[in-house]
Design a protein around this ligand. Sequence first.
Ligand SMILES: Cc1ncc(COP(=O)(O)O)c(C=O)c1O
Length: 384
Amino acid sequence: MQHDFDTVIDRHGTGSLKWQRYAEEVLPMWVADADFAVSPAITAAIRARLDHPVFGYASADAGLRQTIVTAMAETYGWKIEPEHLLFIPGVVTAFNMALKALLQPGDGVLVQTPAYPPILQAHRNWGLTPVEHVMHPGPHGDYALDLEAFDEAAAASRAFLLCNPHNPTGRVFTRAELAHMAETCLARDLIIIADEIHCDLLFDGRRHIPIASLSPEIAARTITLMSASKTFNIAGLKAAFAIIPDKALRDRVAAAHLGLVGSVNVLGLEATRAAFAEGTPWKDDLVAYLEGNRDWLEEAVRRRLPGIAFRKPEGTYLAWLDCKGIGLNEEAYDFFLRKAKVAFNPGPEFGTPGRDFVRLNFACPRATLEEGVARMERAIKARR
Ligand SMILES: Cc1ncc(COP(=O)(O)O)c(C=O)c1O
């Protein structure tokens, strides 16, 4: 491995949401933000841009658009055009804009629970009706989709807010699952809003399939949302993009700024260009490192954390830990925060199926992950 992911970087005092929320003795393993230094290509691109002394409103240029078009073709065999791209400061902002632009109050929006809280709650912003497709862990904890249940949920919906790879379960949907869901959306005339922000973070040799790449008919009803922000750890630089091949859909989403959504960040655009144009070797090392962390964590949970059930995620750097077996009489999140001094995301924030779960972020140096597990182990032992 060429790049260093082992160095522990002190992020206190850097205006980090992750490291600022809790007292200093708490180890933060929550929000999807990595504790790694960004790739040298990104640092160089931002430094070069800083040499120019003007930082006015930003707009993606033809070069960046073409870089992304080429990446989609090379990575996914998906042919898009530069004008299909709409640059937006964040993916959460983008799916809210799309829901506002394309649905009417009361329309059903289908989400797969447990769900990333801003996905779960987006319906509230626009008076939409939430429709849940519950993903049951199943006897093996593999969260295979119940596609009949999906079809029933789709019958009550106007749009499907897909999250693939799925946060928090770490599922990477198979081509067959995606094809089934896409065909249902086609048959029932649903719009697909596909949050694919974790698309690079796949393990065991899996390949991401953008749902829109399945066929031109599916692409024509899909808004695909991506960003370099998760993979390249630049979420604070506020640059994401939507791919909307259908012009009418695109115009409607573009018109939904509502005076609330500003332009993308000028440094974020530079970082995005560097990520797509030059970031692949770093990205490959990152995924290998994360896969190592995932495997280490799986074994550590099995051996050292009795009462916690965990199945390795297929993608993302998020571990969805089922803490039912510990037999706590309080929320697992509260227990670990108070007794282990480790901060996770509380499972119930991901909907009813998240009861007794916490979400752990393993995008950190191995030493940090080891420290988190050691703290959990001591807290569980101390209760016995
Ligand atoms: C599935 C998913 N979508 C969106 C986001 C956030 O995207 P952004 O910061 O671009 O709004 C995250 C971050 O954790 C996420 O996990």
